[in-house]
Every structure is written in C-alpha cells, then in structure tokens.
Ligand binder design. Structure first.
Ligand code: ADP
Length: 518
C-alpha cells in the first residue's frame, strides 16, 4: 500500500524563492503547498494539517516571526515544526526564532541537499507520529469494545434468572448479580472480593488437564453442569444448590462463571418420591393380600349364603304353591293375587340364587378341568344347548375356524352360551345375525362375538360386567344381570380379558382374549 503524501507548507513573498524551494524539494515526493505571505500561510493552516512549515523571515506586512507567533497561538497548528529561512546569522535573530518555537534555521543561499535532508527528517517524524496516532486510536477503540463487552456481560449477569458469580480458581468472587445477594441473603459488598467458600464450603474448581486437548478454542473449556452442593446463606439456614461451572482462561488466570440454582425444594420432592417408592411395593403387597382375603371371604359368603338360602326359600315356594293349589278362589278376593306374587317372587329369587351360586362356583373348579380343548367344540356345545332358542328367533350364526386352547370346556361352553343368549335376547327388529371369529395376536388369541342387536351405550360398556347389572331391569326379557359377570369370571380364570365395543343401535361386539400355549 502506498503511503499518503505528506503536506509541507512553503512560505515566501518572493515567487522565485518559492520556485527554487519547490525545485529543491521535488525529489522527496511529498505534496508542497506554496503561500506568498504570512496571511496566506495562516489561511492554509486553518484548512489542513502540515508536517512542516518552511517560513521566510523577511516578508512585508507580516514577517516570518509574527507569522510564527500567530501559528503558535492556534491550537491546531501549535505543534507543527517551523524551519525559518533567513539571510541573517545574528544571535538575536536566532534566539527570537527559537523563542517562537522554531526547530531549525536554514540560511540563504539555501543548499538544496541540506534543505532536503532537514525536511526529510520532519517528513519521517510526521509519518511516525501519524502511525502512533493510528495505534493510539486502535487501542482506544479496543478499550471501548472491551468496555462495551464488559457492560453487556454485566447486564446479562444482572438479568440472569439464576444467581451468577464470577470467581477466580481459588474461589475469590470477582462479580456477582443481585440474585446471588437474594440467594445468600447478603449485600454485594460481602460477595465481591470475598471467597465463595464462606457460603459454599465444599466449593472447588480444578481444570482437568485433558480439557485443554478437547477444547477447540484455546482458553475455553467444557461447561461442567449439575454439581450439587450444600450452601449456608447468612441467615443461618442451609440449602442445597446446583452449580454449573463455565471456566475461561484469561491473562489473569482462570475465571469461572458459576450459575447457582436453589434445588432444596426439588431435593425434598425427590426424597419424598424415594420414600414413597420404597414403601409403595410393601403397600401394594399388603393391599393385594387384603383384597385377596376379602375376595375369598366374599366368595365364601356368596357360596354359603346362596347355598343356605336355597333351603328356606324352597320351603316358602313349596308352601306358597300348596296354598294356591288348595285355596285358589276359596279365600278373600285379593288373596289369590298375593299368593301369585309370593310364588313369582320366590321363583325369581330362586333363579337369582342359582346364578349367584354359579358365579361363586366358577373359581371353585379345580385345575383338573383345564385340558386341551378347541373353542370350536365349546361353541358347538353352546349352539346345541340353545337349539330351540336359535330356531325360534331365526338367528343366523356364522363362524371362522376357532383355535385350540388350554381351558375348561364346560366354562368355555357357558361363556359362548351367555354371549349367544344375549345376542339373541337383545336383538333389534331384524332377525339376529351373529358372527364368531378368532384372530391370532402376539402371545394370545383374540376371539369375538359380533351381533346386529340393539347395541350398548359406550358409558355402560364396563358396568354391564358387574354382578346383577341389567341395563333395562324392568323389561320383559330382563335377566338376572349375572350373565356377563360370569363370563368375565370365566375369562379371568383363563388369564384373559373381556370387553365390549358397541354403540346404541349399531350392534355389539364382545371381545375376549385367551393365552396361546403353542
Ligand atoms: P342379563 O342379560 O341377565 O341382564 P348380562 O350380564 O348378561 O345380564 O347383561 C347385562 C346387560 O348388558 C344386559 O341387561 C343388557 O342390557 C346388556 N347386554 C348384554 N349383552 C348385550 C348385547 N349383545 N346387546 C345389547 N345389550 C347387551
């Protein structure tokens, strides 16, 4: 890059002198500006900066010394070196010149070589001054950038949601934000310049030597997160905090920016979860045992109650029938009706007890009844048992091939029977159409009984599997509400699941699974 030309001001009232000065200096390659008087010179100096002024002493109007005095009086031109051109060598003359800030004298007649070499010195001086100026500007700019960066860092620190401190490697705090004051319950003065160990005794930060190699940018290191420590704020409390360390190598050594988060609440919650987890298993076991006990007791009760109730009920039923037989139309008018109610009621109750007994017997059958059976056979038996109902209703039953499973044939027959009865019982205006199918899934069979009946509202799809649950208990065809409860019990005993998918008026599909034992 070529350096900019430096300006030199030549001041002489004699044009010939100016020309010869110009000629003498033409070799130095700088820009020469010529002024014919002190006034002109002052005007030029207002407009531009010059590396040196060559000033003739003897000039009309304003001589060289007066001009120099004015040059010196102006701040902008005060520092410009002045070379006086003079014919006098008197001491007084020289003193006056030096007094006015002359740096040198050139005596006429001027020797071009001397002139050139003197001017060259000023040019050189001016150039190095300019370079120094550039460097100084650059330094000032860098200082400003640094100051801005530090200001930004401080405002980031202040705005951070966590407590943030900047420490030296030995723990001395260099900077801290206001969240740190809140966290440790102290004034900033008790933070900056103090050691972080006075709040967090176990605080320690050491650079690992291998980090140096891992780092892409020299002087930066990986951020170390999740260091959990105990802290002791100045109010005498104790809290648990989590540190993230972000170290930086600086000229003054390593500084570590630490983000500190109060995790006391989280720790308490974790502790509570741990405690709960350890007791949970015990409690589940206790509950399961208690449930099994109460289940057994209930079963026992259902069995005993239904079994023992049968006897007195039969007595009531037999005597009510006897009453009707012997005294029909022999008693008061409404007696016949009362007797009828007793007979019907006891029949219904007998039926209910019978179902309840069936229900409680499902689990009572031993493991011996579990054999290799085919679901086809169970469905065949069920259809055979329901032959007259199927015929009467005009039901059409279609089926896929059903799988072989390990199960209780009597109970599987009962299951199909209950489902088929329901499909026929809860039919729509159309003749019942029932399809039984099976599908192989991972580890189990999925069987289904689909009908075109009245359907079930989805909110009842679980309720209907309960004991004595009928959706239309007052209807003519109302059953005991035990059919599906028995189905669920059978399927549970076979380690499967049973459920229904249906919507009102859309027919129903009952699904059940059975484990595969290939
Ligand atoms: P029950 O038939 O004796 O009432 P269930 O336990 O067999 O008892 O059925 C419970 C209830 O579920 C029935 O009252 C009926 O409302 C409903 N339900 C069962 N199967 C079907 C079906 N295939 N279509 C429509 N509703 C059904």
């Amino acid at each position: 890059m070529t350096e900019p030309r430096i300006k030199i001001l030549l001041v002489d009232d004699t044009p010939e002198n100016l020309v010869s000065l110009e000629a003498a200096l033409s070799g130095i390659g700088e820009e020469l500006v010529m002024a014919g008087s002190g006034k002109d010179a002052l005007r030029y100096l207002l407009e531009d900066d010059y590396a040196a002024i060559l000033l003739d002493v003897r000039m009309p109007e304003m001589d060289g010394f007066e001009t120099a005095e004015l040059i010196r009086s102006r701040p902008r031109s005060r520092q410009i070196p002045i070379l006086f051109l003079t014919g006098y060598r008197s001491e007084e003359h020289l003193f006056r010149g030096y007094d006015l800030g002359a740096v040198d004298f050139l005596f006429k007649p001027i020797v071009p070589e001397v002139l050139r070499s003197k001017v060259a010195v000023f040019v050189e001086l001016s150039r190095s001054n300019a370079k120094l100026q550039v460097q100084a500007d650059e330094l000032r700019r860098q200082a400003e950038v640094l100051q801005k960066a530090e200001q930004r860092f401080r405002s980031v620190l202040a705005a951070a949601p966590d407590a943030m401190v900047v420490c030296r490697e030995d723990g001395e705090i260099v900077m801290a934000n206001s969240q740190t004051e809140v966290l440790f319950n102290v004034h900033r003065d008790d933070l900056v310049g103090h050691n972080i160990r006075s709040f967090v005794p176990a605080w320690e930060y050491k650079l690992r030597p291998d980090w140096e190699d891992e780092s892409n940018t020299p002087g930066t290191y990986p951020v170390l997160r999740g260091v959990e420590l105990h802290a002791y704020p100045h109010d005498g409390s104790a809290i648990q905090v989590e540190f993230s360390f972000s170290p930086l190598q600086t000229e003054e050594g390593v500084v570590v920016t630490c983000a500190i988060r109060d995790i006391s609440e989280r720790k308490k919650a974790e502790e509570r979860i741990r405690e709960l987890n350890s007791t949970l298993e015990e409690r589940v076991l206790e509950r399961t045992e208690a449930l099994m006990r109460s289940n057994e007791e209930l079963q026992q009760f259902a069995y005993v109650a239904s079994h023992d109730l049968q006897e007195p009920l039969r007595t009531v039923s037999i005597y009510a029938q006897l009453l009707r037989k012997r005294y029909y139309q022999h008693l008061a008018d409404d007696a016949d009706q009362f007797i009828r109610f007793i007979v019907e009621g006891s029949e219904r109750m007998e039926n209910l007890i019978h179902e309840l007994l069936d229900f409680s017997r499902v689990d009572a059958r031993g493991a011996d009844f579990f054999t290799r059976i085919t679901c086809d056979q169970a469905l065949d038996d069920a259809i055979r048992n329901l032959a007259s109902l199927i015929e009467e209703s005009g039901a059409e039953i279609t089926r896929d091939a059903l799988p072989a499973v390990k199960g209780d044939l009597i109970q599987m027959t009962r299951l199909f029977q209950n489902l088929l009865v329901n499909s026929i019982k809860y039919r729509s205006d159309d003749a019942p159409r029932i399809h039984v199918s099976a599908q192989s899934l991972k580890g189990e069979w999925l069987l289904s009984v689909r009908d075109n009946g009245i359907g079930i509202e989805p909110q009842y799809s679980e309720k209907i599997f309960g004991i004595f649950k009928c959706l239309q208990p007052r209807a003519d065809n109302a059953g005991s509400g035990m059919g599906l409860a028995i189905c669920r019990k059978i399927i549970t005993r076979h380690e499967g699941r049973i459920w229904v998918e249906s919507a009102l008026g859309e027919g129903s599909t009952f699904y059940f699974t059975l484990p595969r034992r290939d």
